[in-house]
Design a protein around this ligand. Structure first.
Ligand code: UFG
Length: 331
């Protein structure tokens, strides 16, 4: 398969590129490098620097490369930022996804794997979350992701598009061989922020909200290893067929509170990791935990990393060896 991977220089994208290459696919990465890193892109993939808003670039790429499928990761990812600047998210995450789909339609590319999110469920009526539960997205970020799911479902019949939307939970960890990992600027995610304290780069971790109705008052998330998400994308590509539409949750099913993440990180790093308690962060929901029965059954996928300790240890290996992340040169 020849696959176009948008956002393939980003966190989940770059791990998925490597998994695709390992499974025998040919990969072209399209990334504007606004958040991605050249050094994260495997040498065995072709990296094209460009923007999804550039219709002529897309036409040129699709014309020359004759892709069998597209995997679409490129998007802004911060829930809090989306509350502050919603149109930025609608423009990039929705507008550019629509432009990408339009280019696929023009060039009759009929297989698509979409990077969606468990945030589309908002505050669910029960846990764990199954795919059929109502979507009540609680932030512009989540609503923009759901809008793309709708655009996919509405437009797919028009040209026989087949797609798999993977609603993933909280991506964490790094490549087992230590070569790539998480590097956002600014970093807003919990695990890297906690580990930066252990590295001595920050004095303390800030806990956003201690009055949620959870076992210790802090938010619960389902942390899933980035290499497991990458393998879910490869499985999705294996099954996606023109005209068929599928949605799957991808998580471990095990929720951890913010305080539990800090405790596990203390045990992994041997650092005291001081914390300070702050108010709630806009857009956060109390609990997100996956029921991944459907993807396990239909795609024969299951996460190799099922312990938070191992996921944090994997992230810690990356942060220790790359305290400043990527240096933007290919290694
Ligand atoms: N948190 C802190 N302190 C921090 C960072 C985070 O207390 O320094 C808390 C957050 O308030 C939240 C939890 O830790 O309760 C997890 O926050 P993250 O920022 O790590 O992850 P989010 O759940 O907000 O969002 C992430 C991705 C989204 C994705 C979502 C799915 O950024 O793209 O997971 O849950 F949609």
């Amino acid at each position: 398969m020849k696959v176009l991977v948008t956002g393939g220089a980003g966190y989940v994208g770059s791990h998925s590129v490597r998994a695709l290459l390992a499974s025998g696919s040919e990969v072209v990465v399209l990334d504007n490098l606004s958040a991605g890193h050249t050094a994260a892109v495997s040498r065995d993939a072709t990296l094209v620097r460009g923007d999804l808003s550039d219709a002529s670039l897309l036409d040129d790429l699709f014309e020359k490369q004759r892709f069998d499928a597209v995997m679409h990761f490129a998007a802004f990812i911060e829930v809090g930022e989306s509350v502050v600047d919603p149109l930025k998210f609608y423009d990039n995450n929705v507008g550019n996804s629509v432009r990408l789909l339009a280019a696929m339609q023009r060039h009759s590319v009929k297989r698509f794997v979409f990077s969606s999110t468990c945030a589309v469920y908002g505050v669910p009526e029960r846990m764990p979350i199954t795919e059929d539960m109502p979507r009540r997205p609680a932030s512009p970020y989540a609503r923009a992701k759901l809008a793309v799911e709708w655009a996919l479902a509405d437009s797919a019949p028009a040209w026989g598009l087949g797609f798999v939307a993977l609603r993933y939970f909280n991506a964490a960890g790094a490549a087992a061989d230590g070569s790539i990992g998480e590097d956002h600027d600014p970093e807003t995610h919990l695990i890297p922020n906690v580990l930066k304290v252990a590295l001595g780069q920050r004095e303390h971790v800030r806990i956003f909200g201690t009055d949620y109705e959870t076992r210790d008052g802090t938010c619960v998330r389902d942390y899933v290893h980035v290499e497991d998400l990458a393998s879910a994308h490869v499985r999705a590509l294996d099954v996606v067929e023109p005209g068929e539409t599928r949605w799957y949750n991808a998580g471990t099913g095990q929720g951890a509170t913010v305080r539990e993440v800090v405790d596990v990180s203390r045990s992994v790093t041997g650092h005291a990791i001081p914390l300070i308690e702050e108010g709630r962060r806009a857009g956060d929901v109390p609990v997100l935990c996956a029921d991944s029965t459907k993807i396990k059954k239909e795609l024969d996928w299951s996460p190799k990393y099922d312990k938070l300790h191992d996921i944090v240890a994997s992230a810690w290996q990356w942060h220790q060896t790359h305290p400043n992340g990527f240096d933007n040169r290919r290694e």
